[in-house]
Design a protein around this ligand. Structure first.
Ligand code: ATP
Ligand code: MG
Length: 392
């Protein structure tokens, strides 16, 4: 038998049909993410997904790392399958967990039987294997409350599995189970975190980036692609829709009073993102806005931006401090890329004294000199799509 990865499924509140679609989506996503790492058999029994390598060419480290980023998984462990026999389990623990047993000072054994026909109770099995392990590794002390190492024995349908403490999983819901949404992705710190947070809640994403060449450079666009590559292990396949934004910004500079510049620009972004959503079957927009962070993120400015949206706008960072956002950016490894110097189309055209409490009628007046529909249509027509695929 071969080492097997066990995934403990999350969101235990789900029942019935929801539970089934959760499991189907999770299996589908797991199979896709495992593709670059070899041939695996993947199936679910009793709220656990089993990932069995089919040959020796499988990259188990790569597969495990991929599964650590799979949303919907509460915890995961590499385990060793063996016969459903107390001595087979003991032997498996001695050999498979030898390094961990040698390194630990204290341990306990925890047994679970989902096969109730197994002749010993869980307690009897733990006591037997625990006693024998202590003899084999005499330095070990039993500590049932705070052990450094827990040896898990799981007696399941077809086999028993032996493993050490599971690692925490990515949590959340399987990507795609909640539908799809368009995420407005800049090169900053916030929007990649917003993308990650909504992916965690089960949304599949389309990325939209507004690009103002030559005011923003090719390097700034590459940075957005680098951020997308960092998100792919969590999100799966991603498409970045690069929207040509130069003409809109130049027209705005000609016509719109400077103090309304940012809010008018944000309304254009939302209108265009909404059209992308319609074309790609998305039901919401996602931004990295956080209340009060900058002039365009006051309640009134967000109200003026929202006024052009018919789709719901999800703002997962709205109540978060920068420090909290940065903590997540570090965890998902986007932070170091986000802080590389770059010009965003927002920073290039920032007014010196933006209106912090714009009113809807003032903003409408400010953009009344623009042919909004034509500018939006032209930008949407000029979109360039760039694809990112984890399976390669
Ligand atoms: P971020 O760190 O995500 O860039 P920010 O704090 O700099 O956010 P803004 O520049 O006001 O805030 O942007 C607010 C949100 O608008 C961003 O989180 C992002 O969702 C979207 N956005 C801003 N600029 C762009 C862009 N060039 N392309 C796509 N979306 C953008
Ligand atoms: Mg920004």
């Amino acid at each position: 038998m071969k080492e097997t990865i066990l995934l403990k499924l999350g969101e235990l509140v789900l029942k019935g049909a929801n539970r089934r679609s959760f499991e189907e989506k999770l299996l589908h996503n797991a199979r896709r993410r495992l593709k670059p790492h070899g041939k695996f058999q993947v199936y679910i029994r009793q709220s656990t997904a089993y990932i069995e390598p089919l040959d020796d060419a499988c990259d188990m480290d790569g597969a495990y790392a991929a599964m650590e980023r799979l949303f919907g998984v509460a915890g995961l462990a590499r385990s060793y399958p063996c016969a459903k026999d107390k001595d087979a389990m003991l032997e498996a623990a001695k050999v498979y967990l030898a390094d961990k047993l040698r390194a630990a000072e204290s341990f306990k054994v925890e047994s679970k039987r989902s096969d109730k026909s197994f002749p010993m109770t869980s307690i009897q099995l733990s006591q037997y294997v625990g006693g024998e392990l202590q003899e084999a590794f005499p330095h070990l002390r039993v500590d049932v409350h705070h052990p450094q190492l827990t040896v898990y024995l799981e007696v399941r349908d077809y086999a028993a599995f032996v493993h050490a403490d599971p690692d925490p999983g990515a949590g959340g819901l399987p990507v795609g189970i909640g539908g799809r949404a368009v995420c407005l992705l800049s090169g900053g710190i916030d929007s990649p975190v917003a993308a990650w947070m909504m992916t965690k809640r089960g949304l599949g994403l389309e990325m939209v980036h507004f690009f103002s060449y030559p005011y923003t450079s090719e390097a700034a666009k590459e940075k957005v692609f680098d951020l997308t590559r960092k998100l792919v292990p969590w999100c799966g396949r991603l498409t970045v829709h690069v929207v040509p934004f130069t003409k809109i910004q130049e027209e705005m500079r000609r016509v719109v009073p400077e103090e309304y510049f940012t809010v008018v620009m944000r309304r254009f972004m939302m209108r265009i993102a909404q059209q992308v959503a319609q074309r790609t079957g998305c039901g919401a927009l996602i931004t990295g806005e956080s209340l009060g962070q900058v002039a365009s993120q006051t309640m009134q400015a967000i109200g003026c931006t929202n006024a052009v949206c018919t789709l719901p706008v999800l703002r997962p960072l709205i109540g978060m401090d920068k420090e909290e956002i940065i903590r997540i950016a570090r965890k998902i490894d986007t932070f170091d890329t986000s802080i590389l110097p770059y010009e965003d189309c927002c920073t290039v055209f920032t007014p010196k004294h933006p209106r912090t409490r714009p009113q809807p009628d003032e903003v409408e007046a400010a953009e009344s000199g623009l042919d909004v529909d034509a500018l939006v249509a032209e930008a949407v027509d000029g979109i360039e799509r760039v694809y990112f695929n984890p399976e390669k």
